[in-house]
Ligand binder design. Structure first.
Ligand code: ACO
Length: 324
């Protein structure tokens, strides 16, 4: 007997050129490098240039992921972009990316699950691939979050940045007992929490884009428990324990949340990939950005067992276990 599994073929990422350090942030709002580093672990963030859109960030990350996979856009038949900051209200940023890649075949759509977007998008691609709806997918997390920040609100503007990460996955027929590719995922949403982290504008409410509002302490309070919940679910589904993990690649929102989840689950710091210091919280882009860094520097290798997770607005939260 055989089964179809979703295998990772390549990673790519892109951060806009413009870097804003905590020191520069302190010239805009009443904050300090010391406060930001101590509470979040963030040292700098990247900001998209005027006229540089989410689809432009997607394109650069996607070209790098395709190159790493040894493929071209012609090989792809599904594009999913996870973003909270699309170029336009419609069409989907994935459709704009598709044409920027020179493709007109296959299908392309966006997923909106805020910071959990990449995990939701990858799980969706995995389902399409395993059911035969597509053969090779480009899954992208990309944000121009700087465009929805209130740059006078120090409680939010210091936390976020812009960027993109992309992954190429392929459906492969394997033996029934083979353990490779995406092994299991767990996704959750509880909309009762939406007012704890939201944007105060939208197409059908205000007709404006709006700005990010967050009850930081409330988000913090829920984050570690929710992250642990989906990770434990994935481990149970696969019969694994945290000791089996080679790498833990969490959503890069806040070093204290990452440390808290690691402690609760018993995952040592040496196995945890942390890049939040370099790009702040890039929402849907954060997990593929961190994965790209760890693949490029040789930490994540073929055969490694990798746990990814994210939690964000909605609330949404999710995890996937991948045999690389
Ligand atoms: N610089 C300096 N002081 C600040 C800043 C700032 N940027 N922001 C807030 N403060 C002040 C507050 O005004 C407050 O002052 P006061 O005591 O005089 O009233 C003091 O610092 C403490 O404020 P708190 O909000 O209690 O600070 P806290 O220790 O909770 O840290 C933080 C705030 C970092 C936002 C924290 O709550 C947190 O990490 N929450 C999780 C939020 C998060 O990561 N969200 C990302 C999106 S969701 C996700 O991706 C999971």
């Amino acid at each position: 007997m055989t089964k179809i599994t979703t295998q990772v073929r390549g990673m790519g990422s892109y951060l806009p050129e413009r870097v804003m350090t905590n020191e520069e942030m302190a010239t805009i709002v009443d904050t300090s490098d010391e406060w930001i580093v101590q509470r979040t672990g963030i040292r700098e963030r990247h900001l998209a240039a005027d006229g540089e859109m989410t689809s432009d960030l997607c394109l650069k990350a996607s070209e790098r992921a395709l190159e790493a996979a040894g493929m071209t856009a012609a090989d792809i038949d599904l594009i999913i972009v996870a973003t909270t900051t699309p170029d336009q209200t419609f069409p989907a940023t994935a459709a704009i990316l598709q044409t920027k890649l020179g493709m007109s075949h296959g299908m392309a759509f966006d997923i909106q699950a805020v910071c959990s977007g990449f995990v939701f998008a990858l799980t969706t691609a995995d389902t399409y691939l395993r059911t035969g709806l597509a053969k090779r997918a480009l899954v992208v997390g990309a944000e121009t979050f700087s465009r929805i920040l209130d740059w006078t609100d120090r409680t939010t503007c210091v936390l976020f940045g812009d960027g993109a990460g992309a992954m190429v996955v392929e459906a492969v027929e394997t033996g029934d007992d083979a353990e490779s590719g995406i092994l299991a995922s767990s996704l959750r949403t509880d909309g009762a929490h939406w007012k704890k982290l939201y944007v105060d504008g939208g197409v059908s409410s205000t007709g404006t884009v709006g700005h990010v509002h967050m009850e930081g302490r409330e988000v913090f309070k829920h984050a570690v428990g929710m992250i642990s919940d989906v990770i434990e679910d994935v481990l149970e589904k696969t019969g694994k324990t945290t000791e089996d993990l080679d790498w833990f690649v969490p959503h890069q929102a806040n070093k204290r949340i990452i440390d808290g989840a690691g402690r609760k689950l018993g995952i040592p710091e040496e196995k945890t990939i942390v890049t939040v210091d370099r790009h702040a919280n890039t929402s849907a882009a954060s997990v593929p950005l961190a994965l790209s860094v760890a693949v490029a520097d040789g930490r994540i290798k073929k055969g490694d067992l990798v746990m990814i997770e994210a939690m964000g607005g909605g609330f949404t939260w999710g995890a996937s276990l991948i045999r690389w």
